[in-house]
Design a protein around this ligand. Structure first.
Ligand SMILES: [Zn+2]
Length: 259
């Protein structure tokens, strides 16, 4: 029983046949829930459609920092309309990406702040994408008042920061989600985070079709492979994989407000 807190069944490169195959594989697996996470308008619409259609699927709506350059007021209103829906359990993924800088930093920051404010207005959790922008992401979240709510409805997706930063977020009331890279040989930082985060703040994810865990690295990722990430985290923490799977599932159900 696994909860994949972050996947892209809505990935634009899937053919209909590939997506049908992926969905059948999820339904035949030990994965009980998946959050299909939006990264632009089309993908958010599609995620919400998947959430309506499949009982195990929930959606998040939002513009990824890469796509900030394509966002405007009209798109923002449509995201707002989606984010209000019951099957859309979070605003995301939103944040900053200074690794690739596909959108200008000013545009990234502007729409990041607007989407944080939207989540706070609607009372929905936030899914954060942070790549090489640790300081600015944390500062903006503080400035926008995210941590004044306790516990903060905040999930750091595919956390790639240090152990200290993870613990700082935990102290501020956030959840930390760990993805496939924790299974890689050179993943010292991810392993430290996986060990240090309190069990009640930990989530697991695939970010499928990206970030495939070992031993399948190099192939496309899919939600059933979350089991390999869970097994590695359990090993690092000296726990049974089933206990880790159960705890992270319960955390995610509670965090996303799923009954
Ligand atoms: Zn993602």
């Amino acid at each position: 029983m696994y909860f994949d807190s972050h996947a892209h069944i809505n990935n634009e490169n899937y053919t209909d046949a590939q997506r049908a195959e992926l969905i059948a594989a999820i339904e035949a697996s030990d994965v009980s829930y998946v959050v299909d996470v939006g990264f632009d308008l089309e993908s958010s619409v599609l995620a919400a459609a998947h959430a309506r259609r499949y009982p195990w699927c929930y959606a998040a709506a939002g513009f990824h920092p890469h796509n900030a350059k394509d966002m405007d007021e009209e798109a923002f209103l449509l995201i707002r309309g989606l984010a209000r829906k019951e099957e859309v359990v979070a605003v995301g993924e939103i944040g900053l990406d200074y690794y690739r800088n596909i959108s200008a930093r000013e545009e990234q920051e502007y729409w990041f702040r607007r989407q944080i404010a939207l989540a706070l207005e609607l009372g929905k959790p936030i899914i954060i994408h942070d790549r090489d922008a640790n300081d600015d992401v944390c500062r903006i979240l503080k400035e926008e008042g995210v941590f004044r709510r306790a516990p903060a409805g905040l999930l750091l997706h595919c956390f790639s920061g240090s152990r200290d930063l993870a613990l700082q977020y935990v102290k501020l009331g956030a959840m930390i989600s760990i993805a496939g890279p924790v299974t890689y040989k050179n993943a010292r930082k991810a392993a430290e985070v996986a060990e240090a985060v309190p069990l009640d703040r930990l989530l697991i994810e695939t970010d499928a079709p990206y970030l495939t865990p070992e031993p399948f690295r190099g192939r496309p990722n899919s939600s059933p492979l979350v089991a390999y990430t869970a097994a590695r985290i359990a090993e690092i923490r000296g726990m049974q994989p089933e206990a880790l799977a159960r705890a992270t599932l319960e955390n995610a159900v509670k965090f996303f407000g799923i009954d």
